[in-house]
Design a protein around this ligand. Structure first.
Ligand code: SF4
Length: 336
């Protein structure tokens, strides 16, 4: 059964920063202060849901969790820990900034059963970090990651693509640097322009041009491949769909099924990479491609986009679903 974590959003609490792209209240879709009762309600709902399992985590997301008022943070953690200590959940996951991590904070998190810490790294290029008013350096991402791992927590890292003053080369460099920190999980967010942000002003003055959806999908499909090859799980690709986010969206590569688009793109790239090695002049670019049934929609693409794209390149493809093929793999046979 699919594991279903409890996600509790703590919007913008304790964050004195105003990163160029951030309108945190809009991203979380919630700007009320989370109370003890809210935590209990979310956890109890999860306990009664079909997806509940003891392997689930209680996750505090949406702000710089370790930067919030200490008493308030401990109240949230101790409420969640009541359930963790009874063995009803595997642990607690939090997200925060690299400069809000130190040994004292990690000791508190340990005391309350926190098992996973996600850091918003966003970029490993100091100029990009500065241009986007992140207020921390790449070295602080490295130091915080090392400390988190040394203390036995699972490490998650978040990166963004297409930030102001970034480009594909810098985004790929960021991915490579993050991989060196050996995170357990990665989240990748293409930058989108939200209303009431510095980025919106830059965009409206034509000083910032966001990635197109095609550019973001192209780059992120490569990043997905890169992290897969490094055995690092990409647990999120693209922002969550929410009415609040949509209402503040101004520009940029937002798509509710962004990951699916990237997986489809990756499929096409793998296919083209493989057929370029097939030296069969008689094939006339006609192929039977066998894929696992769970991959068929990625292979065909949304609204048959892959089939149409490959057809435009002169390929005639016939997909067959074969449960014997491992998920993610494909078997390509030229048609004589
Ligand atoms: S640190 Fe996080 S919550 Fe604070 S402004 Fe930046 S992105 Fe938003």
């Amino acid at each position: 059964m699919r594991r279903s974590n409890v996600a509790i959003f703590v919007p913008h609490k304790g964050c004195p920063n105003q990163c160029s792209f951030c309108n945190q209240k809009e991203i979380t879709g919630c700007d009320n202060e989370v109370t003890r009762d809210d935590v209990i309600a979310a956890v109890e709902t999860s306990l009664r849901s079909a997806g509940y399992s003891k392997d689930s985590e209680i996750a505090f997301f949406g702000g710089s969790f370790t930067g919030i008022d200490r008493e308030y943070m401990e109240m949230l953690l101790s409420t969640a820990y009541e359930y963790v200590s009874k063995g009803l959940f595997k642990g607690i996951r939090i997200s925060t900034r690299p400069d809000y991590i130190n040994q004292e904070i990690l000791d508190i998190l340990k005391k309350y059963g926190v098992t996973s810490i996600e850091l918003g790294a966003q970029s490993m290029d100091d100029e990009v970090l500065e241009a986007n008013k992140r207020g921390h350096t790449a070295q602080q991402v490295i130091d915080a990651s090392d400390l988190i791992r040394e203390n036995g927590f699972a490490l998650g890292l978040q990166m963004m693509t297409g930030l102001y003053k970034s480009d594909d080369k810098k985004d790929i460099y960021t991915a490579q640097e993050l991989a060196l920190l050996q995170p357990d999980t990665i989240r990748i967010y293409p930058t989108i322009v939200l209303m009431y942000t510095d980025l919106a002003v830059l965009y409206l003055h034509s000083e910032y041009i966001p990635q197109s959806l095609e550019q973001a999908v192209d780059l992120c499909s490569d990043l997905l491949n890169f992290f897969d090859n490094m055995n690092i799980r990409v647990i999120r690709l693209g922002l969550h769909d929410s009415p609040s986010l949509k209402s503040k969206y101004l520009a940029g590569p937002y798509h509710p099924a962004f990951r699916e688009l990237c997986e489809s793109k990756r499929f096409v790239k793998r296919f083209l990479g493989t057929v370029s090695d097939i030296k069969d002049s008689d094939s006339q670019k006609s192929y039977i491609v066998e894929v696992n049934p769970c991959d068929i929609s990625k292979a065909v693409g949304q609204k048959r986009s892959n089939l149409e794209y490959l057809s435009g390149l002169g390929y005639n493809i016939h997909f067959i679903q074969n449960p014997q093929i491992k998920a993610g793999d494909m078997k390509i046979k030229p048609v004589k």
